[in-house]
Design a protein around this ligand. Structure first.
Ligand SMILES: *Cc1c(COP(=O)(O)O)cnc(C)c1O
Length: 422
């Protein structure tokens, strides 16, 4: 039996996370199912950015000694519990793209050290291969390619959906993998794959873009040494909010990272001629960060300290089931494939594929105030961010989708035009 509006309102009354919704500002009439691309605005972020503007005006350069300078480490420590990491293991900095590059350089420089080839120009590397996965978010593969091109490595791609087994050998230095896949929403077995890669003598860099803030990540328990992620998706840090990087404590002092900028120097204000890496996680800093961006993120992370991640996961999965149940037979009637994996193997999004009209269907939904997004080829993505979505929102979104389909609303010419960002 599909749930009625009264049923879903009752679910909202019983929802232990329901109060978080009032801490976000969303436009009237919007049901936001795109928090997996850009999270909604925590109301406290507005005051935080405002406060930062006043601090800039009043404190000028002294602001750097009033909390701006150590924000990458301070916010990293705040983020750590959401990732199953400890203090001093997470740094908030740069973008995922930069951070993957830094970690690949760091890992491979460390391997040269241990394999006795440091500084031997021209001598071939014991582990010359970097693996990435086909079908991953493009930047992960692009930056691996760039790293290989400039670092003299060989880039190999594991085709989407294939196991690593046939690709992992003694030549592989590192593998870049997504924890939750950005298109399919598939959740990987982080512990098992980490063990497998380490057993082959290689390292794995996990990309947590679609898992941080969507589910409890257990980096320490899974034996992970290196990870990256962003804060503008489920973590609601704001557009272009800085990314993060995780390096397990016992792996932090092995080598240089390749973007050896002044703020990752052991004593940046000594202005020495030669680079010397800072101890610990701070060596993964590069240049000057933006306190404005950190202010918005800090407000969001304060809110996250109050979230029970087990409750978050339960609600995320309940919302996904509610959405699919409420769609009923309408997907089959319109030949739309639901590619969402089973509960144990998914993150917090639903993927529906309609190759011919997917883009237009998403546009018709947006016109009705239901915001999802579209990824080629044919994929309609709907992200479920449990902090600001109610059960009623999700139920209503499903009714909208049913109507868009049954009335052929998406066929209108205005929904066929494409913008630069889908
Ligand atoms: C969103 C996303 C990114 C974004 O990378 P940036 O460098 O922060 O722009 C990277 N990887 C994955 C898997 C993503 O989903």
């Amino acid at each position: 039996m599909p749930l009625t509006l009264d049923d879903v309102r009752e679910l909202d009354r019983q929802d232990p996370l329901a109060t978080f919704r009032s801490r976000f500002t969303l436009p009237q009439g919007t049901i936001y199912l795109d928090g997996n691309s850009l999270g909604a605005q925590p109301s406290a972020a507005v005051a935080a950015v405002d406060g930062l503007m006043s601090q800039w005006r009043d404190s000028l350069i002294q602001g750097w000694n009033q909390g701006w300078f150590d924000a990458p480490e301070r916010l990293g420590d705040r983020l750590a519990p959401l990732l199953g990491a400890g203090p001093g293991e997470v740094l908030v900095t740069d973008t995922i793209t930069h951070n993957i590059f830094k970690l690949l350089g760091y890992i491979t420089e460390g391997q040269r050290g241990t394999e006795g080839q440091r500084g031997t120009e021209g001598q071939s590397r014991a582990r010359p291969v970097i693996l990435s996965e086909g079908g991953n978010f493009p930047t992960d593969g692009y930056i691996a390619q760039g790293f290989c091109r400039f670092g003299g490595f060989e880039h190999r791609v594991v085709p989407e959906g294939e196991a690593l087994d046939a690709y992992l050998d003694e030549r592989v230095a590192a593998v870049v993998l997504s924890h939750v896949h950005y298109r399919t929403g598939r959740l990987r077995d982080m512990a098992a794959i980490t063990r497998q890669v380490h057993a082959s003598g290689g390292e794995v860099v996990w990309d947590l873009a679609h898992s941080a803030g969507a589910l409890q990540v257990n980096l320490a328990a899974c034996g992970v040494r290196y990870a990256v992620g962003c804060t503008y998706k489920y973590l609601n840090g704001g557009p272009g909010a800085p990314a993060f990087l995780y390096v397990r404590r016992d792996c932090q002092d092995r080598a240089w990272q390749p973007l050896s900028g002044w703020l990752g120097h052991a004593s940046p204000f000594a202005f020495e001629v030669d680079y010397a890496p800072a101890p610990g996680i701070s060596r993964f800093r590069t240049g000057t960060h933006s306190p404005l961006a950190f202010a918005a993120l800090e407000a969001s992370l304060a809110l996250w300290q109050e979230v029970d991640l087990a409750q978050l996961r339960r609600k995320s999965q309940r919302l996904i089931e509610l959405f699919r149940e409420s769609l009923g037979d309408c997907l089959a009637e319109h030949s739309i494939a639901d590619i969402t994996p089973d509960e144990a193997q998914r993150g917090s999004q639903v993927g529906l594929v309609e190759r011919e009209h997917g883009y237009a269907i998403v546009q018709a939904l947006i016109e009705r105030g239901v915001i999802g997004d579209y990824r080629e080829p044919g994929l309609m993505r709907f992200g479920f961010a449990p902090l600001y979505l109610s059960h009623e929102d999700v139920w209503q979104a499903a009714q909208h989708l049913r109507e868009v389909l049954s009335e052929g609303e998406y066929l209108a010419p205005c929904f066929q035009q494409r913008g630069a960002v889908t």
